[in-house]
Design a protein. Structure first.
Length: 252
């Protein structure tokens, strides 16, 4: 998504990105750090990238996100999550307890979704225990609010599964993950302790859909929470126990 040399921010003005005059990356001529929804994996990477930028600037991630955002509807979902999660007054509950936040506008033209969550990392086993997740969704006019909640909850659970567990095993000749016994997925003992979804309704506004909107932000929020808990940013999925333990050992 390269912009022109004359005006690197002339194209794609609709993106939910850092604005040109505010962006610390304005000298770059691409959009690699936009909060865009290039399907869920791209959304997750972009969201985590922005939170890493806020950490480098030593600024609270939600404060950083709001400061560099001009879309009022995006700001509303972020503020809704921050208030319901009580982000401002939240503190780490232990050395390996972490909080994470992420936001995206799906594919830059669909639902706005922000998510805040917390988790704990077990240093000995490398296991990540998911705690509370709070999401806010703006899908335009909400025709079926209960359906929207169900969709976002499902997106959060599925994204947690692929972020923490899902991995296709293979060797030089074949795929080894042939069934549900050999393909790892999230189990009941690993799901969030609670999931809350707040719907922001806009009667009379276009329907934006909900779909996969919650998946990318969930993966990014988990990654950000793990970084907050451990001081190490893991950049390869899934966050398996072995991968987490290896990251913790690197810190010593």
């Amino acid at each position: 998504m390269e912009a022109t040399a004359e005006d690197p921010f002339k194209q794609h003005k609709h993106l939910a990105c850092l604005t040109p005059e505010k962006s610390p990356l304005a000298h770059q001529r691409n959009y690699r750090d936009c909060l865009t929804g290039w399907r869920p994996p791209g959304t997750g990477r972009q969201s985590a990238s922005n939170i890493a930028a806020s950490a480098a600037a030593n600024v609270d991630p939600i404060e950083f996100r709001l400061k560099h955002l001009d879309d009022p509807r995006a700001g509303k979902v972020i503020e809704t999550v921050a208030n319901r999660f009580d982000w401002e007054h939240g503190r780490k509950a232990g050395r390996y307890h972490g909080r994470g936040f992420a936001f995206a506008k799906y594919k830059n033209l669909a639902a706005y979704v922000a998510i805040a969550l917390d988790l704990e990392v077990d240093r000995e086993s490398g296991r990540i225990r998911l705690g509370r997740a709070v999401a806010a969704d703006d899908s335009g006019q909400a025709v079926n609010p209960d359906g929207i909640k169900n969709q976002v909850e499902g997106a959060i659970v599925q994204a947690a599964s692929w972020t923490l567990f899902e991995d296709v095993a293979f060797d030089r000749t074949r795929i080894k993950s042939r069934d549900w016994a050999t393909y790892p997925i999230l189990r009941f003992q690993d799901v969030f302790q609670s999931i809350e979804v707040e719907i922001i309704d806009h009667p009379g506004q276009p329907y934006l859909g909900t779909g996969e909107g919650g998946q990318g932000p969930t993966a990014a929020a988990i990654a950000n929470a793990v970084a907050n808990a451990t001081g190490r940013r893991i950049r390869e999925l899934p966050f398996s126990r072995d991968r987490v333990k290896a990251a913790l050992l690197q810190r010593i």
